[in-house]
Design a protein around this ligand. Structure first.
Ligand code: B12
Length: 432
């Protein structure tokens, strides 16, 4: 067996469902990446700007790189019992990639084991470097070039059998190996006409130039992801305006979620899976083989009032070692308050009382960003109890941003009514 075949067999043994190898070289969609940054789509993710130079070439990650071993691991967890409760009974939703332990740790550990295997079998020192997520490396492009799938309209790397609930990882080495050829586009295939949200909305988001590498892509004329995105974040083919993406708003953004996007965030409290849930290529895909990525209902659809009551040590205890750690307590509680506000139109009288109680308590939180979100959410309920809590915040809160939220919320909230008299919209009915 050649060294390449041995490496591939070992990668599969380590749990990677897909492995493909390509020669190191320049990143072919780097111009697109730069245009994407210039458009401002990265929002506050300053590190993506710092990564622009090293991302241009594989040697930006490992100066002696000759080969890029691209790997994918399926994390699709089975739906836990009780998931049907999502959207009801004041529960939030967490994106599937965060139902289990931290994938960075697991994947880095597997990469280390693969590197050790290569060193043993190559007979000599091998320079190598692993990458998972945070490294300056265009993981999706390299995965496509290694034959692992195509980049869909939702910007996800989609495998023809496994779909897109995949983590990507790479091992760069100075070894020369045997290389894979990605499947070419059928000769007759022309690009589907671009669907550009900016053009539809009468200008705005320009369609960035997507490179045609002549490779097989299988979205066809489907626009399910573009149509379903609650915040209209997929502005064109393969192009996500991160500033509108619920994943960015709930995980990366530190300050308040912009007011015009709060309703679109719905019940997502950490990441979002909408553009993957509606993708036809995810309909019949296998579940993960990794025990570390299995979820339970308290992780997948946690009870919102309970989360909003977490103190620092409660947060640490529950989320240390999980992807949710990244938001810190203040980010998670901000998201929780927004989701509670979004539950107002469909809340039963009893759950409205619970929500208002939890939100009123959160008006006393030490973090202004949590207090501001709680104020907005209380305004969605209205009624005496919510308005009294808001008036209290307006009179006593020393943070001008929180005061402004409380003032707006008071102005927008129904004066009478309250629990049980919330005006349902979007066809929702009040059912006790
Ligand atoms: C920043 C970042 C984000 C940002 C921006 C997302 C985005 N679409 O760019 C935010 C916070 C919004 C985000 C969200 C998510 N992320 Co993220 N994220 C990243 C990160 C760190 C960098 C991505 C980046 O630079 N984006 C900027 C764009 C312009 O560059 P790009 O994605 O590298 O490549 C683009 C170009 O190559 C372009 N392109 C242009 N022309 C052409 C032509 C051809 C032929 C090809 C192939 C490509 C191509 O297509 C790609 C997509 O736009 C990567 C890890 C990494 N180092 O790559 C993970 C990564 C992309 N994220 C990942 C995941 C799982 C997610 C979420 C699903 C998490 C969640 N459930 O909430 C969502 C999905 C949102 C979405 N639809 O993209 C996975 C994706 C795995 C997969 N199957 O694709 C990655 C690879 C991490 C990992 N190691 O597994 N993410």
């Amino acid at each position: 067996m050649s060294l390449t075949d041995q490496i591939k067999a070992e990668a599969r043994r380590l749990g990677f469902e897909r492995v493909g190898i390509v020669p190191a070289g320049p990143a072919l969609t780097h111009g697109y990446y730069r245009d994407w940054l210039a458009e401002g789509y990265a929002g506050e993710m300053a590190y993506l700007h710092r990564h622009a130079v090293p991302k241009a070439h594989a040697t930006g990650l490992l100066s002696s790189a000759r080969s890029v071993i691209c790997l994918a691991l399926n994390y699709r967890p089975p739906e836990p019992a009780g998931n049907a409760a999502a959207g009801a009974a004041l529960r939030g939703r967490v994106s599937r990639y965060a139902w289990g332990g931290d994938y960075h740790d697991l994947l880095h550990e597997r990469l280390e084991r693969l590197a050790a295997f290569i060193e043993t079998h190559a007979g000599g020192t091998v320079h190598r470097r692993g990458a998972v997520d945070s490294a300056p490396f265009m993981e999706r492009e390299w995965a496509v070039r290694a034959g692992l799938g195509w980049v869909g309209k939702n910007a996800m790397l989609i495998d023809w059998e496994l779909g897109s609930y995949l983590f990507l990882a790479e091992l760069l080495t100075d070894l020369v190996l045997d290389y894979d050829e990605p499947p070419a586009a059928p000769r007759s295939a022309g690009r589907e006409p671009r669907r550009d949200r900016g053009a539809e909305n009468g200008g705005g988001a320009p369609a960035l130039a997507v490179a045609d590498l002549g490779l097989r892509e299988s979205c066809g004329s489907c626009t399910a992801c573009i149509d379903a995105c609650p915040t209209e974040a997929i502005v064109a083919d393969k192009t996500v305006d991160a500033r509108r993406c619920i994943s960015y708003l709930t995980i990366e953004l530190k300050g308040p979620i912009p007011a015009d996007l709060r309703e679109g965030v719905g019940d997502w409290i950490f990441g979002c899976d909408v553009c993957q849930e509606v993708c036809p290529w995810n309909r019949h895909t296998p579940e993960t083989r990794e025990a570390a990525f299995l979820g339970n209902s308290s992780r997948a659809v946690p009870a919102l009032p309970e989360l909003l009551a977490l103190d620092e040590s409660g947060f640490r205890e529950r989320f240390r070692g999980t992807p949710i750690w990244r938001t810190r307590r203040r980010g998670l509680l901000r998201n929780t308050a927004i989701a509670l506000g979004n539950a107002a139109p469909t809340a039963t009288p009893a759950s409205a009382v619970t929500a208002i109680g939890a939100l009123a308590t959160a008006l006393g939180d030490a973090e202004p960003v949590v207090r501001g979100a709680a104020a907005w959410a209380l305004g969605r309920y209205g009624g005496t109890a919510a308005r009294e809590a808001l008036a209290g915040a307006l009179a006593t809160d020393t943070d001008p941003a929180v005061q402004a939220e409380a003032k707006l919320a008071l102005a927008a909230s129904p004066a009478s009514g309250g629990p049980g008299a919330v005006t349902p919209h979007r066809g929702a009915a009040l059912v006790d």
